[in-house]
Write a protein that binds this ligand. Structure first.
Ligand SMILES: Cc1ncc(COP(=O)(O)O)c(C=O)c1O
Length: 436
């Protein structure tokens, strides 16, 4: 166990003022275990007692360069001198929008928001406004934020709650969501060509949008089968449905142009957040100008006091300038491959049946001998064994999420040396798990 001499009293204070001592349900790890982080630099972070971690959670994805990146911090520090919130357009905001348009294939018009949740909420409303239809399709295991419409059959839903595979039922995530909202969503198994085709054939008259995380950023980074995203594109074209890529995790991470570039498929709208600001809160949604023009002009409401504020824009501009100045994400993918190959080798040598999953920049592994193509396949993975290995790894100072659904994220600061240090500790974690 870690020394918690300083952390525990802080967390005890947190428990008396923050519900469960945290600002997001998923951060609570127990009353005597929840960490208190005091700082991060590059790929490492430290808790209040000085315990050091190599970080593969990276705030659940946003840190694409490294914690406290000097280049981004300097840009933000300079920009905030000018004030940040004016309820008016700024040139900095225009610069960032132009840069996104230049980087993202097929991007024509966009709007800024502050969180991924706001971006997906507005994308759904835009699709509804454009089509004059109300329902939408999403895939099981995908998380599109914390607004009511999308909180069905997410990564948090037990597979047992999803209904029969041939007749899936949307599983509401938690209480507080009006039951009737279930009627607006179809939840389907990812990578199932026939299921989506059938659903669209049966219901296209009422479906405004099809939402997809192009690779499962909330389910071990599972990638689309060959042709799956193209299949979605052609079904949406044929039946007049707005195709929405939720790129909150994949955007500015898989490639400079995100999943659009990595998988070569252009949706009507995509949503961005996380890597766009390297940890500063900034998000966007945008795409085809005909669809996006219903915002405002077509009377679809999009609003937000802090949208396009100077702090977010300065951070985003700095991140995008860095990503385009040199092949940061390609180089990162090479180190991601090194990590993936190393983890694979260690698990193979330990005779643990496993599947490597995801893109090198957002990857994972699962303990199972069978292929994993969608969230229902988790029923044959050994989640307990995964968590045990990851718990040992955490105590050795490498922090990736213990829940096997959440992938490992890499950032520019994960050097070859840090990857090798991770692999040495991973080998020890596997050994400790199997010795027990
Ligand atoms: C794919 C995806 N969409 C949307 C969101 C919501 O983003 P935020 O937490 O910024 O509201 C998340 C958050 O993890 C996400 O992974």
């Amino acid at each position: 166990m870690f020394n918690r001499e300083k952390s525990q009293p802080i967390f005890d204070r947190a428990l008396s003022v923050l519900v469960k001592g945290v600002s997001s349900n998923f951060r609570y790890l127990g009353k005597d275990e929840t960490p208190i982080i005091s700082r991060g630099k590059g790929a490492r972070m430290w808790d209040a007692d000085g315990n050091e971690f190599i970080d593969y959670r990276l705030g659940w994805g946003p840190i694409i360069l490294g914690h406290a990146d000097d280049r981004v911090n300097q840009a933000v520090a300079a920009a905030i001198e000018n004030g940040i919130t004016f309820a008016a357009t700024t040139e900095l905001e225009v610069d960032v929008a132009e840069k996104i348009k230049e980087m993202v294939p097929g991007m024509e018009k966009l709007r800024f928001t502050n969180t991924g949740t706001e971006a997906t909420m507005h994308a759904l409303r835009t699709a509804r406004g454009y089509t004059n239809k109300e329902k939408f399709i999403k895939f099981e295991g995908q998380y599109h934020g914390a607004h009511d419409y999308v909180l069905f059959s997410t990564a948090s839903s037990p597979v047992s709650a999803l209904g029969e595979r041939s007749a899936p039922t949307p599983a509401q995530v938690g209480s507080g969501i009006p039951d009737k909202i279930r009627d607006y969503v179809y939840c389907l198994p990812f990578n199932d060509f026939d299921a989506v085709e059938q659903c669209i054939k049966n219901h296209h008259g009422e479906v405004a949008a099809l939402f997809v995380e192009p690779c499962l950023g909330n389910i071990a980074g599972i990638e689309p089968n060959n042709g799956f995203l193209i299949h979605l594109r052609s079904l949406c074209d044929k039946y007049g449905i707005v195709l929405v890529f939720d790129e909150v995790k994949t955007g500015f991470r898989l490639a400079n142009g995100g999943a659009r570039e990595a998988y070569g498929v252009i949706p009507d709208i995509s949503t961005y957040a996380k890597s766009l600001g390297n940890g500063f809160p900034v998000a966007a949604f945008g795409g085809n100008k005909d669809v996006m023009n219903v915002v405002g002009g077509g009377n679809v409401t999009h609003a937000g006091t802090f949208g396009g504020n100077g702090l977010s824009m300065a951070a985003a501009k700095a991140v995008l300038d860095i990503l385009t100045a040199s092949p940061v994400l390609d180089n990162l993918a090479r180190r991601g491959e090194r990590l993936k190959a190393g983890l694979d080798q260690i698990l193979t040598e330990a005779n643990l049946p496993h599947q490597m999953t995801g893109h090198p920049n957002i990857q994972s592994f699962l303990i199972t001998e069978n292929p994993v193509k969608e969230v229902r396949d988790f029923s044959h993975t050994d989640e307990e064994m995964y968590e045990k290995i990851l718990t040992h790894l955490y105590h050795l100072g490498v922090w990736a999420e213990g829940d096997s659904r959440e992938p490992w994220f890499l950032c520019e600061s994960h050097s070859n040396e840090i990857i090798d240090e991770t692999l040495n500790k991973f080998q020890e974690a596997v050994k400790r798990t199997l010795d027990k």
